[in-house]
Design a protein around this ligand. Structure first.
Ligand code: F6P
Length: 380
């Protein structure tokens, strides 16, 4: 019997965080289970900072379904197995995971619901090996968590990108320009590909297909021959040329075992090359954090609610150390061990490493086939 649980939201925020929190709290209330939220993800777990969550009138978790962000905050890049601390004026990295485990045990939490992407779920699995009972919920706009068809937050990001493409269409058409939109997604091209189809892009460049810029030029020129004096290009931030590198805006120092690479610049690079090679005016828009902020779509509200309710159901059944997933439209769960794949080493988290088990676009995906069928140029 579980009596007291806590939620932890970690990593970059997405629309839908609060919808998951609300669903967990509501399901807990139905079973007279006390529910708390750690403040700012793993950082709060380490500092043992948490608040009571309730959906009763004027309580913290009341009225949060359409609200963006996270009512319990979230920390990006807090790896408690390799935590950045200052000691005697020097930066050192320490394994503080035992303190987290102790906090949970001392305060009698029967289960920890961990909302996050691949890095966060890797830490969840590592904490489970230290004896914590955890249940993961897959979050990220990038849609790159292994073992699930979809993460919450992704659909909202695609909707925002689609609306941006619609808006770029009208201005591009008016001024006979090439309009480039850089979208997020890290090392996966899901947002670019899906919004590219939804927003009628002519060219979509994704990390999984290193591009030949000449193929994009050919597509634009063919359109010109047909009297179409504008083109719409969506570029994933992780897209790279066939014989080149990924575009990096900054390399940070947020701790070991976390992804310290901040991507950026892919859209601008493509824009400059297309302008030079086609002789047309080209403009770049970087969509950035609008993809993560604000109210979730109805799809994400429902998905988040399903995930939250399923997570509580699993806790009541005593099924721990799993991730809630959606497979072929059905809610299910998989072991966190499967989610981390070959990324077995405790403390190692995320990033573009060969071990990190992220779900990228595969060439047999229906989105790829559909894009090709209707003539969207994928840069190859
Ligand atoms: O993983 C989500 C994401 O929004 C990526 O799409 C993007 O590359 C990254 O986070 C940005 O991270 P930060 O919030 O640290 O700038």
């Amino acid at each position: 019997m579980i009596k007291k649980v806590a939620i932890l939201a970690n990593g970059g925020d997405v629309s839908g965080f609060n919808a998951v929190i609300r669903a967990i709290v509501k399901s807990a209330e139905k079973h007279d289970i006390e529910c708390y939220g750690f403040i700012e993800g793993y950082r709060g777990l380490l500092k043992n900072e948490y608040i009571k969550l309730s959906t009763s009138q004027n309580s913290r978790a009341c009225g949060i379904l359409p609200k963006g962000g996270s009512i319990i905050g979230s920390s990006t890049n807090a790896n408690v197995f390799n935590y950045k601390v200052e000691e005697n004026g020097e930066i050192v990295y320490k394994d503080l995971s035992d303190k987290c485990v102790q906090n949970v045990k001392d305060d009698g939490f029967d289960c920890l619901f961990i909302l996050g992407g691949d890095g966060t779920q890797k830490s969840a699995r590592d904490l489970s090996l230290k004896g914590l009972k955890v249940i993961g919920v897959p979050k990220t706009i990038d849609n790159d968590v292994a073992c699930t068809d979809i993460t919450f937050g992704y659909n909202t990001a695609v909707s925002v990108a689609t609306e941006a493409l619609d808006r770029l269409h009208t201005t591009g058409e008016t001024h006979h320009r090439i309009m480039v939109l850089e979208v997020m997604g890290r090392y996966a091209g899901w947002i670019a590909l899906e919004s590219g189809i939804a927003g009628g892009a002519d060219i979509a460049l994704i990390p999984e297909i290193p591009y030949d810029i000449n193929k994009a030029v050919e597509k634009i020129n063919r359109r010109k021959e047909l009297g179409k004096n504008f083109s719409i290009v969506v570029v994933a931030e992780g897209a790279k040329p066939k014989d080149g590198e990924i575009s990096v805006a900054e390399v940070r120092d947020n701790g070991k075992g976390v992804d310290n690479t901040k991507l950026g610049g892919a859209g601008e690079k493509v824009t400059k090359e297309l302008q030079k090679l086609t002789g047309m005016e080209a403009r770049c828009t970087v969509l950035g954090y609008t993809q993560r902020g604000g109210t979730p779509t109805s799809f994400d509200r429902v998905l988040s609610t399903k995930y939250g309710a399923k997570a509580m159901e699993l806790a009541i059944e005593g099924k721990f150390n799993v991730l809630t997933v959606l497979k072929d439209g059905k809610l299910d769960c998989v072991s966190l061990e499967d989610v981390v794949g070959e990324n077995k080493e405790i403390g190692a988290v995320s990033g573009n490493t060969k071990e990190s088990n992220i779900r990228k676009v595969t060439m047999d995906d229906d989105l790829i086939k559909t894009a090709r069928s209707i003539g969207i140029c994928l840069g190859d």
